[in-house]
Design a protein around this ligand. Structure first.
Ligand code: CO
Length: 191
């Protein structure tokens, strides 16, 4: 029988999990595939959702809370209680659109820094849901951007690694007490 994960979209006084920041090594480790979707994993999902809502985020990947698993929670509409969050387990990109789009991104692991990143406008993925059922999703726009940003986390990549303008990036990071030394540029703008 399918289990539904119900988490109220609100801020808690205390975040159940703490979020690692740029420079922390856990953010750079490739995440391992989830073998079993069970109650223990669903409990982690609940805590990740609570942590994401408390931090005002629209997405959170398990490595950001020090969990080395291919697990992501996303909510592109955190203000809308009628829309359930998206839970991605072992997500794989099946196809990327050829058209690129540039838009602003931020990251709970790079607090305060918002910069434009170029990514494919459309993405098609397969994944397992919170009941271990295989799913398929093709989407574009804001949701496609969040999915790609979060999936980068599973490979140890952060959005700041994808910014070519290192001068502005250095200044932005410095302004928020972060160091450019922790950035690991990816070769091309898009992987
Ligand atoms: Co992020």
């Amino acid at each position: 029988m399918a289990v539904q994960i119900l988490v109220e979209k609100k801020k808690l006084d205390k975040s159940p999990l703490s979020i690692h920041k740029l420079g922390d090594r856990v953010l750079r480790q490739p995440a391992k595939r989830v073998n079993k979707v069970d109650d223990e994993l669903r409990q982690t999902v609940v805590q990740m959702l609570q942590t994401m809502y408390t931090a005002d985020g629209v997405g959170l990947a398990a490595p950001q809370v020090g969990i080395n698993k291919q697990l992501i929670v996303i909510d592109s509409e955190p203000e809308n209680p009628a829309i359930p969050p998206l839970i991605l387990i072992n997500p794989e990109v099946k196809n990327c659109g050829k058209v690129l789009a540039k838009d602003q991104e931020g990251c709970l692991s790079v607090p305060g820094v918002y910069m434009h990143v170029e990514r494919p406008e459309t993405v098609e993925i397969s994944y397992k849901d919170e009941n271990g059922r295989p799913c398929h999703l093709k989407t574009d726009g804001f949701l496609a951007r969040i999915i790609q940003h979060e999936m980068d986390h599973l490979s140890g990549v952060l959005f700041v690694d994808r910014i070519d303008d290192s001068l502005t990036l250095t200044a932005e990071l410095k302004k928020h007490g972060l160091s450019i030394q922790a950035v690991q540029p990816v070769s091309s703008g898009v992987s």
